[in-house]
Design a binder for this molecule. Structure first.
Ligand SMILES: [Zn+2]
Length: 159
């Protein structure tokens, strides 16, 4: 059994979906002090979370460029958790689209990586990262789309 990295529900053995997330988790770690960038990396998500990310409607939405956190709006922990979730989702969608994957193809890829993860999680994590970092499989239709789909190098809270 494992736990979903996004919603903490349990994932039965051999279940779930594995993908690589480029969003930075610097704020959560000691790496911030050292000034190093730390990508969140490999995630194991449950089916509900994964299908809420990899679907036509999410893929057709413009990914948020800014996730605001405002102490006057209420509980900061809740806002940080929500901002992190939005940032993870946006990163996963951006990576899938950069690979030229349709939502169904992204699901299939993440499911295959999860099956491998249960027998060799390090190999699956390396493969997920390699897939995420590889050059785009197809070019975006327009130069504008190319610019728009460039990953942001800003940390997720720096907006
Ligand atoms: Zn989940």
């Amino acid at each position: 059994m494992a736990i979903c990295d996004r919603c903490n529900t349990s994932i039965p053995r051999c279940g779930g979906y594995v993908m690589y997330c480029e969003a930075s988790a610097q704020i959560f770690g000691g790496a911030a002090a050292a000034g190093r960038s730390t990508e969140i990396g490999c995630l194991l998500l449950c089916e509900k979370c994964t299908t809420s990310i990899y679907n036509e409607s999410s893929f057709s939405r413009q990914q948020p460029a800014a996730v605001g956190i405002d102490p006057s709006r209420g509980d900061l922990q809740t806002q940080i958790r929500e901002a992190l979730r939005i940032t993870i989702d946006a990163s996963l969608i951006t990576i899938a689209k950069r690979q030229g994957l349709a939502p169904q193809e992204a699901l299939t890829q993440a499911r295959g990586l999860a099956q491998e993860w249960w027998t060799n999680n390090q190999a699956a994590a390396r493969k997920a990262m390699a897939l995420a970092k590889q050059a785009p499989r197809r070019m975006p239709a327009t130069p504008e789309a190319l610019v728009r789909e460039q990953p942001s190098h800003k940390k997720w809270w720096q907006f």
